[in-house]
Ligand binder design. Structure first.
Ligand code: URA
Length: 180
């Protein structure tokens, strides 16, 4: 039902330019939830999250800690429709879309949330800090049902493609998520 609601959503202007809203994809009983920013061009075209270059790197990162999107992980974004030209989402778009992500978290009840990139981390945790400041420790997110879910912050794979030397830190983050 929630998926159908998202696919038909017209709560903000992003619906006008989209080919597909991207609800999320992966295991229905997922141990982890991975949260990115917003669909890019390939995601808008296919209706699936993280299917471009960033997505291939994300799959490889997950595989390095024995996780797969088919079996263990549900992948979603803070924003479900592609912002034109991949611009940063506007406050009113975040306000309109945020409740969908919170509902997904409550329904999926993941053991762990891995949040990728500054925008998604700041939005989900409601803070205004840098990735450098947020990574390396567990945060707690209070789901709508009151449950506390541990959150690990890491770099967005698009950033890692531009700055491969940061992959060592991303590996530390994955290990923290895997053991935490
Ligand atoms: N980047 C994101 O943040 N999400 C996607 O789904 C694809 C690229």
């Amino acid at each position: 039902q929630l998926r159908e609601q998202v696919l038909a959503c017209t709560a903000c202007g992003l619906c006008q330019g989209r080919k597909h809203a991207v609800f999320g994809d992966g295991a229905q009983t997922a141990r982890w939830m991975v949260v990115g920013e917003a669909p890019g061009q390939e995601e808008d075209r296919s209706g699936l999250p993280f299917v471009g270059r960033s997505g291939r790197l994300l799959d490889a990162m997950l595989a390095a800690v024995g996780m797969s999107r088919e079996r263990d992980v549900f992948i979603a974004n803070v924003i479900k429709c592609r912002p034109p030209g991949n611009r940063n989402p506007k406050p009113e778009e975040i306000a309109a879309c945020g409740p969908y992500l919170m509902r997904q978290i409550t329904l999926l009840r993941p053991e762990r949330i891995l949040v990728l990139g500054r925008f998604a981390a700041q939005t989900l945790l409601g803070v205004d800090a840098s990735i450098a400041n947020l990574r390396g420790r567990l945060h707690q997110l209070k789901a709508d049902d009151g449950r506390e879910i541990p959150v690990v912050v890491s770099y967005h794979p698009a950033y890692l493609l531009r700055s491969p030397s940061e992959k060592a830190r991303a590996w530390q983050d994955l290990r923290l998520a895997a053991k935490g």
